[in-house]
Write a protein that binds this ligand. Structure first.
Ligand SMILES: [Zn+2]
Length: 129
């Protein structure tokens, strides 16, 4: 487990996240993620820290309103958010991590378009680490 840093495009929003150097990420096909090309690195809340930019974040919610889609109000980039699948954790956009610490990514397709089939229990679960 190492510390990656990342943020939005304009630099107002910055965070750090603890994760392996080789990342396991989800490529979701739901109506929002497929348009944004978002690659999900899902982590428990304890492994994510917002360094700055809280006042620059805007929230977009739709459908059940469980997910809180947080994007920078200046540059529009969603670099992390609170996902419906893991409402007590964070999903970091692997595409928004700084270069230099990620040695590789294994991308798994996530069928968010058919939510009830993908998450029969209503949400995902963190693997014990
Ligand atoms: Zn920004």
């Amino acid at each position: 487990m190492i510390t990656h840093t990342g943020g939005c495009h304009c630099g107002r929003v910055r965070f750090e996240v603890q994760a392996p150097a080789e990342l396991e990420v989800d490529d979701c096909n739901c109506s929002l993620c497929s348009k944004a090309g978002y690659l999900h690195l899902i982590v428990p809340a304890a492994r994510f820290r917002l360094l700055r930019g809280e006042s620059s974040l805007s929230t977009y919610q739709f459908n059940t309103g469980t997910a809180r889609h947080l994007f920078c109000s200046v540059c529009g980039i969603k670099s992390f958010y609170v996902p419906r699948s893991h409402p007590d954790g964070f999903s970091v956009n692997a595409r928004c991590l700084d270069a230099g610490t990620v040695t590789g990514m294994r991308v798994t397709a996530c069928n968010g378009r058919d939510w009830e089939q993908q998450f029969p229990a209503g949400r995902g679960d963190f693997q014990a680490t």
